[in-house]
Design a protein around this ligand. Sequence first.
Ligand code: PHB
Length: 390
Amino acid sequence: MMQNLRLAVGCVTLAALASASPAAAQDTVKVGVVLPMSGTFASTGRQVSQGAELYMKEHGDVAGGKKIQLIVKDDTGRPDMTKRIAQQLVVSDKVDILAGFGLTPLALAGAPIATEAKKLMVVMAAGTTIVTEKSPYIVRSFFTLPQASIPMGEWAAKNGIKTADVLVSNYGPGLDAARAFTEKFTQLGGKVPSQLRVPMENPDFAPFLQKVVDDHPDAVFVFVPAGIGASLMKQAAARGLQKAGIKLIGTGDVPDDDILADMGDASVGFITAYWYSAAHKSPENEKFVADFEKNYHRRPGYMAVTGYDGMHLIYAALDKTKGNTDGDALIAAAKGLSWESPRGPMKIDPETREPIQNIYIRKVEKVKGELYNVEFATFPMVKAPHHDEK
Ligand code: PHB
């Protein structure tokens, strides 16, 4: 049977196989969620899946008149596994929608499966601009690195920072962030003494941080993905960056609310541009944080919010199609959706299938004894720069 299936995958298109689902299953919409649930990036999988699950707990398990079923699978952060699992979800589990994807290389590995099977693919946790360009069935509930890095570059240049080193993980989102920040910051008169690229997994930040200390810029702009930030913060404190008067700035991926409470006082004063803070003041966020803490006994980070919003997107699109799971119908329904998220207002750009959202400038501060990213300025409804808009 397995042999036959494999043979069949080789010669019949995934779309043909996927549409041969039994009639009885048609009252259920299956959502295949592929995430790193173990390994270095396990915190991404945990948060995204909990966010998605919380959305269903709050809103029930019916959308567009159909019962929603989540099937969560662990790709351990390896693209070859993402691809194999996505394929199995489509062919064997007969899922109607693909979702999750915890890193850019994992989303890139899943994209051809969505295209071939003509399935909606909700990218919840990969932030490189090119991701949505890899399949017409992709929509993103997350953000793109330039969306936050450009406002950071502008804010820094306009607020007394004249020189900044750039230190990022050496893969898609890091390079995207570095390019976007540098372009904006230097266009407004800033200078970047050193461009530093650190390995994506298990990086030793020490030699890079030493270079920053030697350059002695006003600030260092940092991006590393969720799961790596705590070690960067620890090493930055050990090198005495802040004591040397070098400000930490960046996207909000490092001071993730999921781990911020454990980062210690070295993170106080860290200024970032981002789309979510657990301290965001709105009734929607206060309810989200309270429900999340009640269910999972810890503070939600941004990965939890993108899982939650990704589910909202799926529910709202299914409501619009009245339960029709055809990939073309769902992606058409997703375009232009808008809602009030715990992060603030958001809308799916019908041109790019990216979220349009507020980017907040925040500073790590102690609030009632606990560390938070406290928002103090807003770039309203920022688009993710794309295609020829660049
Ligand atoms: C990515 O791999 O695209 C990525 C992962 C984690 C982040 C941001 C971007 O926090």
